[in-house]
Design a protein around this ligand. Sequence first.
Ligand SMILES: [Zn+2]
Length: 300
Amino acid sequence: MFLQRTIRKRVEVKGIGLHTGKPTKLTFCPAPENTGVYFVRSDLPGRPALAARASNVQATQLATTVGGDKFSVATVEHCLSTLSAFRIDNLFIELDGPEIPIGDGSAKPFLDALLEAGMVEQETPRKYAYINQTIYYGDADKYAYIAPYNGLRITCTIDFPHPRIGKQTMDIDINEQSFAREIAPARTFGFMRDVEILRSKGLALGGSMKNAIVLDPEEILNPEGLRFHDEFVRHKVLDALGDLVTLGMPLMGNVVLYKAGHDLMNRLVKKILESTESYRTIELGADLPENPFETQYLWA
Ligand SMILES: [Zn+2]
């Protein structure tokens, strides 16, 4: 039997917001079983909370924002991606401002914090969404679909008309080990021309080569270069995992993405939730005998 997980103790991640450029602090806090993942704005009266669910997502080209009428939390995907890989079911993510700290532009600061906190298993079994038949969203140019698979696998292709990016594909089975080694360190990236436009609108004020790979029309501008030769597609896998958390339950399936961004991911997640005939909820060990995920934990 595989039980729900939360973290053992509170742990903080400090940094600046990508858009505001202002200092911000995030605190991961343990949550009771069957809670799910919530963002809590500790700086606002009454400490309002909002579930990390697809219905609360305001996806943009740049990042995923979770928001309601009264408040929002921006750039959630890097922090959520670790939860997807580690199957953390119940968590409060407290924030003292409108934006998650950007860190170094990867999931590494969140992964390190969650490993420092450690995990605990709870009393109730985890339920997975197990895909029975393929669910497709998209058109000829961009698409996302999910096919039946014993495990969580991401097959992601990007194609940017840039000499240092071009077409890149990654096909990876997601577990704690593969995520920590292959995905978590991959940084976000942006083009200098877009950064200039964003700045003129008062956005990306905290963006720099400390928290993103920055490209001009020809080259990568960061003096340290890349962490992986295909860091760009790896970061897209990271983003996709973060967006999958908004399904509200861990997923078993093969997610296939072609030029997909946050908007397409949000539409795919909503379509999965609507396609109740295309998935069933299962418990590993009971409904499916074998465990396709890792047996060696990084946090034990
Ligand atoms: Zn990203």
